[in-house]
Design a protein around this ligand. Structure first.
Ligand code: ATP
Ligand code: MG
Length: 554
């Protein structure tokens, strides 16, 4: 019997698995699967499902399959398949064997549909969709039997064959399981199991013009793959009796069991694929991997690490009670991760010119700074000091408020890792904006405190000439309200945060970053965590702000 490999917190799914293993289920071999429909990119909610399915298999030395649930070709595409494969891989998981597709089993599923007909457990129904809906009843009214329910086996076999051959129009008939139109569970009221769809399929081409419904395909695919624990979200709880009905009535090779857990919901964002697709299709964002999107590809581009996303899923936990997780929790895990792992650098996002009037024009000197204040193994970096510097605009005010810890006229500050400077003169343009500070530096403050006065804080800086021009994209939450789709009167699009992207084009970062690779991550001192965006070119680096240094949202 397998035992747990690590001592990560045990959730209720793990408890079930442990009990099953004790009872010798499947000779101790746990088999799970992650079954995305390739009709969009994966989002943070899917990450939870991935971590649970792959993580459970890993913990009990089992295996997990990646299976595309591709029964709805109209909405699916190879682009989505490719993105999903990449995202699961990037999260750090490896599936057993090849990528699988429900469409691999279309022939077997068809044969099982024929088997049900032969057993008198399925029939071809000619009710049109609107009629079928009417016959189905609702939660308070029982359904009525279809007038086609008592067709003979021979007639059903012939009609189903003709459906397969493409002799009927879409919607004109369907194959239904014969269960119970009176059942209080609507899913058992003779559910449709095959429908006609004259649509090209990304995997099977034009081989089929009838496609199995999700409910008919899912459990049987699980059985074909020897899945022991079929883990899904709570909205499928009412489908479980149907899942079991098919397994009970078909000669499947094994009996998988379905277990449900609650979906991950995050505030200030959405995790509905349909709405995410709308954001993309209507160009409210720059694509599925826009760094503001809660998609795995968006979070990757934003600067999240796989380890941070896995840690987030661990912290969220797995239960059967619905709840909304605070976005601050997602931001906290990436902060914790990058605080440890990201090298420090200086970047002036909104530059203000500082001229050091007593520093010679043709002189420059190098200062050595640690890449990480607490981790010597990360080594040192060099920055250049010169007469013409840049500091952050917001690090200077003319009329300083109480407790101001930065630069003001007549005040001194330390330039991080270099000298102390004092602001002697403020230069303004015709519009009255501050455009330059004339400062003096104190040559005796290299590595030591000044004599007789105290600098009013520390600010970051770069040398104007010896720095790298870059673009900085400051991201904020995509929506201004906690539950963007929670208001019936107001469309979720109206809740988009107009400040969710601010682009700064005249930023400058320290010289050592000139060759920074795409996806490399930094802490820009005093500013936040950033990563190099794929839009960067040889001429121009682009940085995405992953997250600010502190949670200042509220
Ligand atoms: P669709 O409406 O397209 O079916 P979906 O979000 O259910 O959308 P799937 O591709 O079917 O997408 O999902 C794959 C797996 O991920 C399923 O097992 C599903 O239960 C799980 N999943 C989807 N959304 C979440 C979520 N927010 N939290 C946890 N698991 C999720
Ligand atoms: Mg689904």
């Amino acid at each position: 019997m397998s035992t747990a490999k690590n001592s990560k917190p045990v959730n209720f799914i793990h408890q079930i698995v442990e009990k099953d293993l004790q009872q010798g289920l499947n000779d101790g071999q746990v088999v799970t699967r992650f079954p995305p429909e390739p009709n969009g990119y994966l989002h943070i909610g899917h990450a939870k499902s991935i971590c649970l399915n792959f993580g459970t298999a890993e913990k009990y030395q089992g295996v997990c399959n990646l299976r595309f649930d591709d029964t709805n070709p109209e909405k699916e595409s190879q682009e989505y398949i490719d993105s999903i494969v990449r995202d699961v891989n990037w999260l750090g998981y490896q599936w057993q064997g090849e990528v699988r597709y429900t469409s691999d089993y279309f022939q077997q599923l068809y044969d099982w549909a024929v088997y049900l007909i032969e057993q008198g457990k399925a029939y071809v129904c000619d009710l049109l969709p609107a009629e079928a809906k009417e016959y189905r009843g609702n939660f308070t009214t029982p359904g009525r039997n279809s007038p086609f329910r008592d067709r003979s086996v021979a007639e059903n076999l012939a009609l189903f064959e003709r459906m397969k051959k493409g002799e009927f129009a879409e919607g004109s008939c369907s194959l239904r399981a014969k269960i119970d139109m009176q059942s209080p569970n609507m899913n058992l009221r003779d559910p449709m199991i095959y429908r006609i769809m004259h649509t090209h399929h990304h995997q099977t081409g034009d081989q089929w013009c009838i496609y199995p419904m999700y409910d008919f395909a899912h459990g049987q695919s699980d059985a074909l793959e020897g899945v022991t624990h079929s883990i899904c979200t709570l909205e499928f709880e009412d489908h479980r009796p149907l899942y079991e009905w098919f397994i009970d009535h078909l000669p499947v090779p094994c009996v998988p069991r379905q277990y449900e857990f609650s979906r991950l919901e995050l505030n200030y964002t959405i995790t509905s694929k349909r709405r995410l697709k709308q954001l993309v299709d209507e160009a409210h964002v720059a694509g599925w991997n826009d760094p503001r999107m809660p998609t795995i590809s968006g979070l990757r581009r934003r600067g999240f690490t796989p380890a941070a996303l896995r840690e987030f899923c661990d912290r969220v936990g797995v239960t059967r009670s619905n709840g909304v997780v605070d976005m601050g929790m997602l931001e906290a895990v990436i902060r914790d991760d990058l605080d440890k792992s990201a090298p420090r650098a200086m970047c002036v996002v909104r530059p203000l010119t500082v001229t050091v009037t007593n520093y010679p024009e043709d002189q420059q000197e190098w200062f050595e700074l640690p890449n990480h204040p607490k981790d010597e193994s990360m080594g040192m970096r060099q920055v250049v000091f010169s007469r013409n510097l840049l500091i952050e605009k917001e690090d200077f005010v003319e009329d300083k408020p109480r407790k101001w810890k930065r630069l003001a006229p007549g005040d001194a500050v330390r330039l991080r890792g270099a000298y102390v400077i004092t602001c002697q003169e403020v230069v303004k343009n015709a519009a009255g904006d501050v455009v330059e500070l004339k400062c003096t530096y104190d040559p005796d403050t290299k590595g030591s405190n000044p004599e007789g006065y105290k600098p009013n804080g520390v600010v970051h800086w770069v040398s104007a000439e010896h720095s790298v021009p870059c673009e900085v994209r400051e991201y904020d939450r995509l929506f201004t309200v906690e539950n963007p789709s929670g208001d019936k009167e107001r469309d979720f699009l109206e809740c988009i945060n107009p400040q969710s992207l601010v682009v700064l084009t005249d930023s400058r970062c320290e010289i050592g970053l000139a060759d920074a690779a795409v996806e490399s991550r930094y802490q820009f001192e005093r500013t936040g965590y950033f990563c190099v965006d794929s839009d960067s070119t040889a001429e121009r680096l682009v940085f995405n702000r992953t997250v600010t240094l502190r949670d200042s949202w509220k």
